[in-house]
Ligand binder design. Structure first.
Ligand code: URP
Ligand code: ZN
Ligand code: ZN
Length: 459
């Protein structure tokens, strides 16, 4: 089937052009003026932007956490992502202690099987780097995985010590993989959390107070130093604050292969949101926590000057009425994570582009092109060009959306952005040439999403 988008503005990181865009089957066939298009279905894109489909490289769908799991699975999460203009994502497989990487990967593949409606890849979280597991890291590329993740927080669960970080990073470097790091000093956080609880400080706001930004800055600097020793390329996930940004900027100025993302919600909320009346603050509990308005300014600066390459979501939704409620008496029992997979493009465009902070090209870069380049999907994804997958977002810069849990597609009972109105939204979305969204309504098919086997990237 052929589809011709006529008269739209085709947007890329370097700028935009007025052009027609022809899709043939799953790929983009041509971009230009007067493209021959006999027998093609015509979509009038005049007055709209054509953007490459968004790529969210940090998600946790159907993620087990003790006796609960994140509330979106690979069907509901994909529907929501698509409705928000995201056509691909990379989710974190999490190795179980005592288990192998292959077992964990099979478990995650089974979770997506028959449900996926957008394309998806996996990162591998190393939780138990036994010698045989370190050896198994070398097999990840043949399974389509070119990124490993390690955590410096969540003591007693996922946290690795410095020697383990070094061992994983060395292996990753040996096999040309990118190491992603959750940077917070878990040992000190553990002491602060216990101290807060012992002192009777049980409310959600103590989650932020027990995880100060200094501990994210420290861990970020330490991760970068260990990576330097290991000769590894690193990518700092969900960076939230000036202290961490300074470490990344310093490393980049030395020429180190250090990259970083932030998540869209960190531009909108501060630690004050964890102190909303009653237990409302639990809706805003994630790690690292929301910071200060000064940190938000620093993040915008990092997005503009290129210190930050990517804006993702860390989408990890838990229902307020049931899951978040586990921590009513003790903030350390509130499941960490927030919903955002559907809101990323709309809210970043609104605050960033409409707000005069970033250009439309930079918006496309941090939400699609840079993620594709860094994570081994480019030029198949992340760009509108002949030969690329026809992952296309028809974006109406004048459409107004009021965000609400009553109308969003994420399977979670609240929205971080409840009641906020944004201008600019996707009004049509195509994944590999197949339309999946029409006017904020999902029209795709479960099971049509494909697993993305990713390439190694050397930069
Ligand atoms: O609070 C968060 N971010 N939960 C998800 C797991 C992680 O740390 O990325
Ligand atoms: Zn994390
Ligand atoms: Zn995460």
């Amino acid at each position: 089937m052929r589809t011709l988008f006529t008269g739209g503005t085709v947007v890329g990181p370097e700028g935009s052009q007025q052009a027609d865009l022809l899709v043939d089957g799953e790929r983009i066939a041509a971009i230009g003026r007067d493209v021959p298009h006999s027998d093609a279905r015509v979509v009038d894109a005049a007055g709209f932007y054509l953007l490459p489909g968004g790529i969210d490289v940090h998600t946790h769908l159907d993620m087990p956490l003790d006796d609960i799991r994140s509330s979106d699975d690979f069907q509901t999460g994909h529907v929501a992502a698509a409705c928000g203009g995201t056509t691909s994502h990379i989710d974190f497989v999490i190795q179980t202690k005592g288990g192998s990487l292959r077992q964990a990967l099979d478990t995650w593949h089974a979770r997506a099987e028959g449900k996926a409606c957008i394309d998806y890849g996996f990162h591998m979280t190393i939780a138990d780097p036994r010698p045989e597991v370190l050896e198994e890291i070398g097999r990840l590329p043949e399974w389509g995985i070119t990124t490993v993740k390690v955590l410096m927080a969540y003591k007693g669960r996922l946290q690795l010590d410095d020697a383990q970080l070094l061992a994983v990073m060395r292996k990753a470097a040996e096999h040309g993989l990118l190491t992603m790091v959750h940077c917070e000093n878990g040992d000190v956080i553990d002491v602060l959390e216990r101290g807060a609880v012992a002192a009777g400080h049980r409310e959600p706001k103590y989650h932020a107070l027990a995880r100060p930004s200094a501990l994210e800055g420290e861990a970020t600097g330490r991760a970068i130093a260990i990576a330097q020793v290991a000769g590894a390329r690193v990518y700092i996930v969900h960076l939230t604050c000036e202290a961490a940004l300074d470490q990344v900027r310093l490393a980049q100025s030395r020429g180190d292969s250090v990259f970083a993302e932030t998540c869209v919600q960190y531009f909108f909320f501060t630690a004050d949101d964890l102190d909303r009346p009653g237990f409302e603050g639990a809706k805003f509990v994630c790690s690292p926590p929301f910071r200060t308005s000064r940190d938000q300014e620093a993040l915008w600066g990092g997005l503009v000057d290129g210190t930050l390459s990517v804006v993702s979501t860390d989408h990890c939704p838990f229902n307020f009425a049931t899951d978040k409620a586990h921590g009513r008496e003790d903030f350390t029992k509130i499941p960490n994570g927030v919903p955002a997979i559907e809101d990323r493009l709309i809210m970043l465009h609104h605050a960033g582009v409409n707000g005069g902070r970033i250009t439309l090209g930079r918006f496309v870069d941090v939400t699609a092109t840079a993620p594709a380049r860094l994570f081994g999907l480019y030029p198949r994804k992340g760009v509108l060009a002949p030969g690329s997958d026809a992952d296309i977002v028809l974006w109406d810069p004048r459409a107004r959306r009021t965000i609400s849990a009553r109308t969003h597609h994420m399977r979670v009972d609240y929205s971080l952005f409840e009641g906020q109105t944004a201008t600019g939204a996707p009004i049509g979305v195509w994944v590999r040439g197949m339309q999946v969204v029409d006017e904020n309504r999902f029209v795709g098919q479960s099971g049509s999403g494909q697993y993305l086997s990713r390439n190694r990237v050397r930069q």
